[in-house]
Design a protein around this ligand. Structure first.
Ligand SMILES: Nc1ncnc2c1ncn2[C@@H]1O[C@H](COP(=O)(O)OP(=O)(O)OP(=O)(O)O)[C@@H](O)[C@H]1O
Ligand SMILES: [Mg+2]
Length: 234
């Protein structure tokens, strides 16, 4: 087993203004400590405002932690270049309908991260795009389509393809499944599990649904007021 992520004393504070000249510190989370192994899934649970989103935003590099460190394969994540970071950890956004560019074809949407983060030749880019479409069970015909003609499930397939296009080792998702009906939810979960089996990637996802968290994950972490109150194997 290989430890991909080691979260060490990680903490995030925000300043919130309380008046015209005054503000106070809000602890979004921390200090928290945990690890994530290769090929494993971690579910984050906890009440609203307990710090789940703030924590995964820090791990995904969307925000900077106030203190503490995130080690990726033993190396401080803060020392990785932006490109390497993007190739290691990717986020699936919880609303594929609005997070996909309506004016871009699926092919263009998948090409963009490759253009921005790799030096692949055009032929290699094409191959990687074809591979990722196969991985999410979408026909390559869809590469020429715009998001507006896709079903909700297909939009999720594209969102997962976009997260997978750089072959990351960790995928992070903030309540991607919360608004979906149960059959669609399980279809997406099964897709995510098949991808995990094929690529041996790790997932961190936020869920409010304990049944779903148990089904999908190897470990469940419960946050309360920004602190881990439980970290239990499933
Ligand atoms: N950008 C921000 N500026 C100020 N405070 C913030 C910011 N982001 C989060 N917080 C605060 O940090 C705390 C944790 O918020 P967070 O969004 O991580 O909770 P959560 O567990 O994801 O809740 P939910 O289940 O409702 O999504 C809250 O008190 C929140 O108000
Ligand atoms: Mg949240």
């Amino acid at each position: 087993m290989q430890t991909l992520l080691n979260i060490s004393n990680l903490c995030k504070n925000y300043r919130r203004s309380t008046g015209f000249f005054t503000s106070r510190q809000i602890i979004a989370f921390g200090p928290v400590n945990f690890t994530l192994e290769r090929g494993k899934t971690l579910a984050l649970m906890g009440k609203s405002g307990s710090g789940k989103s703030a924590l995964i935003e820090a791990i995904a590099g969307i925000t900077k932690p106030t203190f503490g460190e995130i080690y990726f394969k033993g190396r401080p994540l803060s020392t990785l270049s932006k490109k390497d970071r993007h190739k290691s950890i990717r986020m699936i956004f919880n609303d594929p309908i609005h997070s996909l560019n309506a004016k871009a074809t699926i092919g263009t949407t998948l090409l963009l991260p490759l253009k921005l983060n790799t030096n692949l030749l055009a032929i290699e880019q094409k191959r990687q795009i074809k591979d990722v479409m196969k991985l999410v069970n979408l026909s390559s015909d869809y590469l020429n389509y715009y998001p507006n003609i896709l079903s909700i499930y297909q939009l999720h397939q594209v969102a997962i393809a976009r997260a997978m296009i750089l072959n990351p080792e960790i995928i992070i998702a903030d309540e991607v499944l919360a608004t979906l009906d149960i059959s669609l939810r399980f279809k997406i979960i099964n897709l995510l599990l098949t991808i995990q089996e094929k690529r041996n990637i790790s997932y961190i996802f936020i869920s409010h649904n304990i049944k779903l968290a148990r089904h999908l994950s190897d470990n469940i972490i419960v946050l309360n007021n920004g602190l881990i109150i439980k970290n239990t194997p499933v």
